[in-house]
Design a protein around this ligand. Structure first.
Ligand SMILES: Nc1ncnc2c1ncn2[C@@H]1O[C@H](COP(=O)(O)OP(=O)(O)OP(=O)(O)O)[C@@H](O)[C@H]1O
Length: 300
């Protein structure tokens, strides 16, 4: 069934009736999902009143607490948030890969969805091109795969084994594999998190180019404020399963005062205080990645 963004309504029952209460009983391996999942026919993403709860956890175990999010067709949205704020849980819900969690909500995504993870998840026994076209049928599949490999800068590496590639090259293959299906929605969970800074910067440029060419809607989960600003049209900050900030990226030039204000606003939403150098003047440029040692915010 196809649904337009505007035509969706939140499900009826109250939150308390929908999610099992926290208890001392260990969570089942499989959660109970009572989502309404529909397909958008305009390439957009609509999430309404999304609740996710693992059986055990802080408080009532809820990780997402009635989250609403809309991503327009072709829009690039980055999700920032402290460790444990629910970013990957949201991404898995959109991908339909969250069978170990309880939850409810309305999820509308386009028909063709691709997912890219931090590790490239290539099959080590399959050559690069075979990895890219895995599961794809049709006479043109291999040509299309070769074309996508060239697009990510790996022309001539079709017959290489994944182990013969660097980490950055493996992520390029992973991007080629996701794009060969011509996704209307690309879900990326810290895809560059394991790469060195220089490779990451190159991958940013590549992803920007690929998205400009193929125009999928993108949801990028990242810990890196500067990565979010460099790539996204919009940045959403999650805090304790709710949206703490949803802001358009209006400035990408670090020399622009608007950039500094945007960056500071994101860091504030993440609870990262300004760094006070020895001169005593707070710096507007603390480290770009979120320190993973920051405590979780208390659950409201
Ligand atoms: N399979 C699971 N079973 C039980 N709890 C889980 C499971 N997956 C995630 N959680 C818990 O849910 C919370 C949110 O996890 P999630 O992975 O969505 O956070 P995140 O914001 O992506 O974190 P990070 O930035 O560290 O990757 C965490 O407290 C985590 O421990």
């Amino acid at each position: 069934m196809a649904a337009h963004a505007g035509g969706l309504t939140a499900p009826g029952p109250t939150e308390d009736a929908r999610v099992p209460a926290h208890s001392a009983v260990p969570a089942p391996a499989h959660g109970v999902l009572a989502d309404e999942r529909v397909t958008t026919d305009d390439g957009s993403v609509v999430v309404r009143d999304l609740v996710r709860a693992y059986g055990l956890g802080e408080g009532d175990g809820r990780v997402l607490r009635g989250l609403d999010l809309t991503i327009a067709a072709g829009e690039f949205v980055a999700i920032l948030g402290r460790s444990g704020s629910g970013k990957s849980t949201l991404l898995r819900a959109l991908a339909g890969l969250d069978h170990d969690v309880h939850g409810t909500g309305t999820i509308a995504v386009p028909e063709r969805v691709s997912v890219v993870f931090q590790d490239s998840r290539l099959l080590p026994w399959a050559r690069v091109l075979d990895n890219v076209v895995l599961g794809l049928r049709g006479p043109g599949a291999r040509d299309l795969g070769t074309e996508r490999l060239a697009e990510v800068g790996l022309a001539g590496r079709e017959r290489a084994w994944p182990t013969e590639l660097s980490g950055g090259e493996q992520q390029r293959v992973s991007l080629a594999r996701s794009l060969v299906r011509e996704p209307q929605l690309l879900l990326a969970d810290e895809p560059f998190g394991a790469l060195d800074a220089l490779t990451r910067t190159r991958m940013h440029a590549l992803l920007r180019d690929l998205c400009a060419r193929h125009r999928p809607a993108v949801l990028l989960v990242t810990h890196d404020v500067d990565e979010a600003i460099a790539l996204a049209d919009r940045v959403v900050v999650l805090d304790a399963g709710r949206i703490a900030l949803d802001t358009p990226v209006t400035h990408r030039d670090p020399a622009d005062p608007g950039f500094v204000a945007l960056r500071r606003g994101l860091l504030d939403a993440l609870g990262v205080p300004p760094v006070v150098p020895s001169s005593g003047t707070p710096s507007t440029f603390p480290s770009t990645s979120l320190p993973t040692s920051l405590p979780h915010r208390s659950t409201p």
